[in-house]
Design a protein. Structure first.
Length: 140
């Protein structure tokens, strides 16, 4: 069952970070991004926070549950949703603990860098690696 847009909007409003917190539909559910980092998932109208040691220290005892079948466990937040200050704090703590996402490379740039056959090997001139290279006409 997909999460309702009303639930997602309620959670985003409760966090109270304005445009810094955004949502994006993914795999039939919703990911919450803070400053381009995925900090939480909303699945089946439930809030799942990415697990970090810092967030666990802040929250104390947490309930772990997978947001969808086959997923790793996340922190399942229930009471925190109705406590805007606590929710905002734990989302900020989680975002600060997560690494900065790697920049994405456009697929067309990635393909162009691979060459004709899809190889990622670099062509190194023979004199750089210490071998004599034959010229096109067969002579050294």
């Amino acid at each position: 069952m997909a999460s309702s847009s009303d639930t997602v909007q309620y959670i985003v409003d409760q966090v109270g970070l304005g445009r810094r917190l955004s949502s994006k539909k993914m795999f039939g559910e919703v990911a919450l991004y803070l400053d381009e980092k995925i900090v939480a998932l909303v699945c089946d109208d439930q809030l799942f926070l990415k697990p970090t040691d810092q967030a666990q220290a802040f929250l104390g005892k947490v309930r772990l549950a997978p947001p969808y079948p086959g997923a790793k466990d996340y922190f399942l937040l229930t009471d925190e949703i109705d406590d805007p200050d606590r929710l905002k704090d734990v989302v900020l703590i989680t975002a600060a603990a997560l690494p900065v996402p790697k920049p994405k490379v456009a697929k067309s740039v990635e393909r162009a860098s691979r060459g004709k056959r899809g190889s990622t090997r670099l062509k190194v001139p023979a004199k750089v690696i210490g071998k004599k290279r034959k010229s096109k006409n067969g002579k050294s």
